[in-house]
Design a protein around this ligand. Structure first.
Ligand code: GRG
Length: 401
């Protein structure tokens, strides 16, 4: 509305100026005729040259007076009016004075369709990579049972999205993406064991040790962890040796003492004990965050990311990693077992160190929103269409159900 007002003013000003200019010309003609007539009368008394000069001077003065008049009474008020309109109404003009606003998130994106396609491709690749038979058929079966039991496949999807974000393609990211899901599954098997979180349900099915016994479950988890690395190396497509080494180093460190293993240890250690927010964030940055971080960072490495892209994506992933656990804690207390696919309310029952123990549910929700904002802030420097999958995946993690 403000913009059309300004446009109309400009059009009006142009028409007014043209009208006025033609009025001036008409007036000039008129005065000229009058002066020529007067000149003729004067001719008899004064020499001709003097008359002409007088006419020209008079005309010039008249023109100056008219131009000043138009400037003062027509152009200046219109200019002032335009400025007033711009100041009071034209948001676009005012926004030019502010720092450039990010357009991240403005791109229309079909997340559901995107996730379904990627998930289907990941599931297909997972089916193909699983050993059909081995020395121990039981272990093969247990590996297949847990790996193909469902799940959102959020880690492989993030891995592919990060690779595509930096210009790589899905096929080169797929082995790494599958490795993320394999490691994740291996960690879930261990996490469910009676000596750990002791859960009988996983992804809506009996957990691995419930189905196959603890011995097979532990071995299936170990075999899955090895299979992940074997698969990355044997199936690498169009990825340089250097990138491969960097990505493998990132993944290995995310699982070990600097990652999942220590996160799990601290999680058990703090059970039933008082925990500060800083300690809790550290536990979950390791236990949950590190594999999500590795998924994004490894995808980016495979795709040929620059150091600055990796830096931004790492920060994005660290925020969604923490966000993932905050949301997981909220859901654990608010959703039924049927929706979770694992035993609801178990965390508080076993006095686990959760965000819900430190915060009110509304505070936890606000904290989750803060984390998603911080995550997508890292994407703000990139084109909206390019950042759309990662932007939308961050929001999916905020509202997964
Ligand atoms: C053997 C690799 C390995 C590690 C040992 C047991 C352990 C150290 C770490 C546990 C890590 C763990 C289970 C973290 C919990 C992460 C979490 C919130 C899982 C739920 O993930 P979703 O929601 O599950 O993505 P789905 O079923 O959708 O895949």
């Amino acid at each position: 509305m403000a913009l059309s007002l300004v446009k109309n003013l400009i059009i009006d000003e142009k028409t007014l100026t043209t009208d006025l200019e033609s009025m001036v010309t008409q007036l000039e003609d008129h005065i000229l005729t009058k002066l020529v007539r007067a000149n003729k009368a004067l001719d008899k008394r004064l020499p001709l040259r003097v008359h002409r000069k007088l006419i020209v001077i008079a005309l010039r003065i008249f023109k100056i007076v008219l131009r000043t008049y138009t400037t003062m009474f027509i152009h200046a008020p219109i200019l002032l009016l335009k400025l007033a309109v711009k100041f009071y109404f034209a948001e676009s003009w005012i926004s030019k004075l502010k720092p450039k606003k990010s357009n991240v998130g403005s791109h229309v994106f079909q997340l559901e369709h995107y996730m379904e396609c990627k998930k289907e491709n990941v599931n297909k690749a997972l089916v193909e990579l699983l050993p059909e038979n081995g020395i121990s058929q039981k272990i093969c079966n247990a590996m297949k049972y847990s790996l193909l039991a469902g799940g959102k496949r959020i880690r492989p999807i993030l891995c592919i999205a990060a690779c595509e974000f930096v210009g790589g393609d899905e096929s080169s990211a797929m082995p790494m993406a599958c490795a993320m899901e394999i490691i994740h599954t291996a960690s879930l098997i261990v996490d469910d064991l009676p000596c750990m979180d002791n859960d009988d349900l996983r992804r809506g099915n009996p957990s691995s040790h419930k189905q196959y016994g603890e011995d097979i479950a532990i071995l299936a988890s170990a075999a899955l962890s090895c299979l992940a690395f074997e698969h990355i190396v044997s199936k690498k497509v169009n990825v340089s040796h250097d990138r491969m080494v960097d990505a493998i180093t990132e993944l290995a460190s995310a699982i070990g003492l600097d990652g999942l293993v220590s996160g799990q240890y601290l999680d058990i250690e703090f059970q039933g004990k008082k925990v500060t927010l800083e300690q809790l964030e550290n536990i979950h940055a390791l236990k949950t965050g590190r594999l999500l971080e590795a998924s994004v960072v490894c995808g980016a490495i495979i795709g040929g990311a620059t150091a600055s892209e990796i830096d931004k994506l790492r920060k994005y992933a660290q925020n969604i990693g923490l966000l993932f656990q905050v949301v997981d804690d909220i859901l654990d207390e608010t959703q039924p077992t049927t929706k979770l696919g694992k035993t609801a309310g178990k965390d508080s029952a076993s006095q686990k160190a959760t965000f819900m123990r430190l915060m009110h549910i509304d505070e936890a929700k606000d904290y989750a929103k803060e984390l998603v904002d911080q995550a997508v802030h890292e994407l703000a420097h990139f084109d909206a269409a390019r950042a759309a999958p990662l932007y939308n995946l961050a929001h999916f993690i905020l509202n997964p159900i």
